[in-house]
Design a protein around this ligand. Structure first.
Ligand SMILES: NC(=O)c1ccc[n+]([C@@H]2O[C@H](COP(=O)([O-])OP(=O)(O)OC[C@H]3O[C@@H](n4cnc5c(N)ncnc54)[C@H](OP(=O)(O)O)[C@@H]3O)[C@@H](O)[C@H]2O)c1
Length: 259
């Protein structure tokens, strides 16, 4: 089974003219997991950075875990551009991904934003060749996702937490998070990242700022006490920041059930 480094660098909204330097700095600091997607419109620049770091001998390709995402380009859409794909279309996409894995073109395949029912349906697919390695979902103390994480782990599926810092929300100013950060002499961002690592959940904070890329990696020299983990978990209010506006009426919209 392919191992996913617990800490990775997100690249959504990393502008093409900043992302190359960000990735190079991250590789120098020790990041080995990068979360990318064709629709982030910066994969070419991400690739250039990785190529340079392989060429200069800093890292080997096989030591990097690079995530990309299947686009929705081939899925059927209505006249307004909304996806109207059926379950069969999605399952066809999964089969195409299984082909990539069996041909050795990718190391692992996974899903994103799947609720537990959708994972269950995939796992029950009669001719399933490979189960998903990972489910990438939004998670932070305002959306702790304990049930979905426990479900995935019980099925041997790892979880990656996206938007761990709450994107641009004011999660950094939450008094309990600030207090915990002060207690450990760490930043709020470092506490928010460490929170996932201690749950055995991979985490992919995004930054294009070298000092923050460094700060976000300095999370292996402290451990949150159980009482602090519990305090962070108690902040849950099922606040979903990534809602994918416009998709709410799709029959497979994943966020209409509890988990
Ligand atoms: N599968 C999906 O549907 C999905 C959806 C959303 C996101 N994702 C993935 O998850 C990644 C992370 O999520 P996200 O980018 O939405 O949000 P995020 O990582 O929670 O937050 C990123 C924001 O926090 C800032 N930041 C980073 N480190 C900081 C620090 N130490 N102190 C203060 N601010 C800091 C960044 O600014 P600077 O860059 O300016 O430093 C950026 O504005 C994405 O980049 C993407 O790869 C996946």
């Amino acid at each position: 089974m392919e191992k996913i480094p617990l800490l990775g660098l997100g690249t959504w909204k990393s502008s093409p003219n900043q992302v190359t330097e960000a990735i190079k700095a991250a590789i120098d600091l020790g990041y080995r997991h990068f979360d990318c997607a064709f629709i982030y419109n910066n994969e070419k620049e991400v690739g250039e950075a990785i190529e340079q770091k392989i060429k200069d001998g800093t890292v080997k390709r096989e030591d990097l875990f690079i995530v990309s995402k299947a686009g929705d380009d081939d899925l059927p859409k209505d006249q307004n551009g909304m996806i109207i794909a059926s379950e069969t279309d999605y399952l066809n996409t999964w089969e195409a991904m299984e082909d990539l894995l069996s041909e050795g073109l990718v190391k692992a395949i996974g899903v994103s934003n799947f609720n537990h029912k959708q994972i269950e349906r995939l796992l029950n697919k009669p001719d399933l060749r490979y189960k998903p390695t990972n489910n990438q979902i939004e998670s932070h103390p305002f959306l702790t996702q304990e049930k979905l994480i426990n479900y995935c782990h019980s099925k041997g599926i790892s979880v990656t937490a996206y938007r761990p810092l709450g994107g641009t929300s004011d999660i950094f100013n939450e008094p309990i998070i600030k207090k915990i950060a002060e207690k450990y002499n760490k930043s709020a961002a470092q506490v928010l990242i460490r929170f996932h690592i201690q749950r055995n959940v991979a985490v992919i904070p995004k930054s294009v700022t070298p000092s923050r890329i460094k700060e976000n990696f300095q999370v292996f020299d402290f451990e949150l006490a159980k009482e602090d983990m519990d305090a962070l978990l108690s902040l849950n209010k099922n606040l979903r920041l990534a809602q994918f506006p416009g998709a709410e009426n799709h029959k497979d919209y994943p966020f209409n059930i509890e988990y």
